[in-house]
Ligand binder design. Structure first.
Ligand SMILES: Cc1cc2nc3c(=O)[nH]c(=O)nc-3n(C[C@H](O)[C@H](O)[C@H](O)COP(=O)(O)OP(=O)(O)OC[C@H]3O[C@@H](n4cnc5c(N)ncnc54)[C@H](O)[C@@H]3O)c2cc1C
Length: 416
């Protein structure tokens, strides 16, 4: 992996006496193109230590639905097979990650503990707790972004425009070279891994050609449907971008690269540099002011979380999107924006709208509990990374979306 050392944050110093290097894998569920794994291998080799992979499975993770938990189990089976195929010991423990990792380190002779960097609060808190309670080296590796989040920028970026001009010129410097592992061996007899690569192949052959023109049409089946794979880190976005750029010209891939690279890394930047990423008080002043000014505006409808969850609104399009979310763990990106904006319109204030949107997003989406989701919700409800629009009731200057707009974009009756 190019520029591996650029991805490292060292928390504690090396414990010279330890015998094992442990990769505590929590976010990047893959062997191929996984910088955390590659860094752990490098440290183990350089110091003549053994490498083992540790996974702590947390039951009932963040009130996730059955569909989400079942998919997570499939991901884990695939992951275990992948490490078995390269003969690296994979240890699975059930419990609270911070407690179990500390216990494991204390009971085993650990030289260095390597983990995946994750800007979300839950993982930050686990890492802080672990760092305080172990005496071996503790290293976080950014294995999510193509350009490591702390290299692309030193601060929270204002918009896609400001991040784009920093990371686009250095994209090629960070795209991965071929992996030292043989892909065919890793994905052999591994249904999930095999299907992911089949989907990528199909997207590059056909789907990408529809993406520029049709990605905003929920009926067109023109988006990649990679988000749940990317969320679980079952494939690296750098590998996807490299393969896409190898196969099609820039004018075909531009809008897709904008989403999978710029928008995705903008979401990581937002959560990395703003620990309170769901707090309205961290939003732009114009947005806070306009939401406050319109808090007392009369709402035509106010729906409880239960009514929303059970698709009991007057809006058939919204209900259908919510139904899709529950049944398939997925919603098209245009509908996600519409969905969240309507939750703002039907809530007593922005704070309660965020809470309801986050609950549903994280419970039902296969790609939920992700910086992309929190950024998408804050974009829709609080104007994050957006600008002020024409003022109107309830929304103030936050960008508005309605059914007529949806009808202009796509065939709503077909979607229903
Ligand atoms: C209210 C709301 C909630 C959202 N919740 C989530 C979520 O929980 N998890 C999640 O991964 N995405 C979320 N998104 C972002 C986006 O809608 C999804 O990533 C996308 O719809 C997934 O479908 P796809 O893989 O076919 O995307 P494609 O259009 O094929 O895009 C390719 C990849 O680029 C990334 N991407 C696409 N759009 C965005 C975006 N706007 N911001 C950041 N990255 C993007 C995703 O990783 C996606 O898989 C949300 C957006 C909004 C507005």
């Amino acid at each position: 992996m190019k520029r591996l050392d650029d991805r490292i944050i060292i928390k504690n110093k090396f414990n010279k006496d330890g015998e094992k290097v442990i990769y505590w894998l929590s976010r990047e569920h893959r062997v191929l193109y996984n910088p955390s794994h590659e860094y752990a291998l490098k440290i183990a080799k350089e110091n003549h230590k053994e490498l083992e992979v540790l996974y702590v499975y947390k039951k009932d993770f963040m009130y996730a639905s059955k569909t989400v938990m079942n998919f997570h189990k499939k991901v884990l089976e695939s992951l275990k097979k992948q490490f078995n195929s390269i003969k690296i010991k994979f240890i699975l423990i059930v419990g609270e990650p911070d407690r179990e990792v500390v216990k494991f380190v204390k009971e085993n002779s650990v030289f260095a503990l390597i983990t995946d960097l994750n800007p979300l609060k839950i993982k930050r808190d686990w890492d802080k707790e672990i760092e305080k309670n172990i005496d071996c080296s503790f290293i976080q590796v950014d294995s999510r972004n193509i350009v490591p989040v702390f290299k692309s920028s030193e601060k929270r970026e204002y918009s896609a425009y400001t991040l784009r001009r920093k990371i686009t010129p250095i994209l090629n410097d960070y795209l991965p070279e071929d992996s030292s592992f043989k892909k065919e061996n890793i994905i052999k007899d591994n249904e999930l891994a095999h299907n992911i690569y089949k989907q990528l192949e199909e997207f590059i052959k056909n789907g990408i050609y529809l993406y520029n023109d049709k990605r905003n049409d929920p009926n067109a089946n023109a988006s990649s449907r990679f988000s749940h794979f990317l969320h679980f880190g079952t494939i690296y976005s750098g590998e996807i971008v490299r393969e896409v750029k190898k196969s099609v010209s820039d004018d075909v891939s531009d809008s897709f690269i904008e989403e999978i690279f710029v928008r995705r890394e903008l979401a990581e930047n937002y959560c990395f540099y703003n620990e309170d990423y769901l707090d309205i008080s961290t939003q732009y002043e114009w947005a806070q002011k306009t939401l406050k000014e319109h808090e007392k505006d009369k709402r035509d409808y106010i729906y409880s979380l239960e009514e929303l969850e059970n698709q009991k609104t007057h809006d058939k399009l919204w209900n259908k999107a919510q139904k899709n979310m529950i049944q398939n763990g997925y919603m098209h990106s245009y509908m996600r924006m519409y969905w969240a904006k309507k939750i703002l319109e039907w809530s007593k204030d922005a704070k309660s709208a965020i809470a309801k949107a986050v609950y549903l997003n994280d419970k039902y989406f296969l790609d939920g509990r992700d910086p992309n989701g929190y950024t998408g919700i804050m974009w829709s409800i609080c104007g994050l990374h957006d600008r002020a629009w024409k003022e109107r009731p309830v929304f103030g200057k936050i960008r508005y979306m309605n059914l007529n707009g949806a009808k202009r974009k796509f065939d709503v009756s077909l979607y229903l």
